[in-house]
Design a binder for this molecule. Structure first.
Ligand SMILES: NC(=O)C1=CN([C@@H]2O[C@H](COP(=O)(O)OP(=O)(O)OC[C@H]3O[C@@H](n4cnc5c(N)ncnc54)[C@H](OP(=O)(O)O)[C@@H]3O)[C@@H](O)[C@H]2O)C=CC1
Ligand SMILES: O=C(O)C1=N[C@H](C(=O)O)C[C@H](O)C1
Length: 270
């Protein structure tokens, strides 16, 4: 058996960070090599699995270089500004990166692509197998329903989510727009209020719901005359995001550079 993949986790005390730590600890072929959190986090200096009632030997640190010193891959589910700072150090140290964070600006995305010329990166707004299969279904549906169907994307998440629409909803919009030969930047409508006038058929609408502990629901509605098609994905656990992230980390083991998506990891274009 080959040596286990050494994985560091950024945002190690967050919702996804903890899920990822459990997944790494449970995987036979991975080992926890670092745990990173923000300055001021009460978790700093504690063992990364103390909250599970056991010791991993890895202390949570706010120092990126310390967290990456023994790591081959960083898995990062934090905030755009945090991810950008971590990636610069990954590039310098040759550590590969799995990015789950959402809410990047176009300029930040361009910078990530540039980092991908120097180290292997998988970036996806949704690491679950199901959502990535849905993206393929949406491409097929949009091509077939390319006239006479109004397209609306509805997403729902927990009350703590800070970005809207979700990264997944935006990706769904991009896939549908590309299939229809449209540019999402030109045709997206984010919420409606007041006297909006009739719906422009060339638009793709987005609606956002936030509440309670909803893990993540996404529906793309194709509304025609006499029928509606709804393609829906519902997450009931963050485990799927964590397992997808581990698949992405394993995929990067032999990728010294390149920017990849989950469609590459899952071979959905093969
Ligand atoms: N791609 C995917 O499959 C998925 C993506 N996500 C995305 O992952 C991200 C995190 O989600 P979630 O785990 O729910 O969020 P949480 O808020 O629970 O966790 C975020 C973690 O990052 C830390 N953090 C906050 N700001 C910074 C910063 N500037 N630099 C470094 N670390 C920081 C937080 O520390 P502190 O708590 O001390 O502020 C916390 O530990 C979001 O962008 C979300 O959309 C979520 C689920 C699935
Ligand atoms: O913040 C979340 O929770 C999630 N964020 C991702 C997104 O913005 O699409 C993925 C998933 O929907 C959960």
């Amino acid at each position: 058996m080959s040596a286990p993949l050494r994985i560091a986790i950024a945002g190690s005390s967050g919702r996804m960070g903890r899920m990822l730590i459990e997944a790494v600890e449970a995987a036979d072929d991975c080992v926890l090599a670092g745990a990173l959190d923000v300055a001021g986090s009460p978790a700093l200096g504690t063992d990364a699995t103390a909250w599970l009632g056991r010791e991993s030997g890895v202390k949570v640190t706010a120092d990126v270089r310390t967290a990456l010193a023994d790591a081959q891959v960083l898995i990062d589910f934090t905030r755009p500004e945090g991810t950008m700072a971590h990636l610069a150090v990954c590039r310098e140290l040759g550590v590969r990166a799995v990015i789950g964070t959402t809410g990047f600006s176009d300029a930040q995305k361009a910078e990530i692509a540039e980092h991908g010329r120097h180290t292997g990166i998988v970036m996806a707004p949704n690491m679950s197998v199901g959502v990535n299969v849905v993206l393929k279904l949406l491409d097929m549906a949009a091509r077939a329903l390319n006239e006479g169907y109004d397209i609306e994307i509805i997403e729902a998440h927990h009350r703590h989510k800070i970005d809207a629409p979700s990264g997944t909803a935006l990706k769904m919009g991009e896939v549908v727009a590309a299939a229809l030969g449209r540019d999402l930047k030109e045709c997206a409508v984010y919420g409606r209020e007041g006297v909006t006038g009739e719906r422009d058929p060339s638009t793709i609408g987005f609606a956002t719901v936030r509440g309670g502990d909803i893990v993540g629901d996404h529906t793309v509605l194709f509304a025609g005359t006499g029928e509606r098609i709804e393609i829906t994905h519902k997450s009931s656990s963050r485990v799927t995001y964590a397992q997808g992230s581990l698949r992405a980390a394993r995929f990067l083991a032999d990728k010294p550079q390149g920017l990849f998506g989950m469609e590459d990891v899952l071979r959905l274009n093969a």
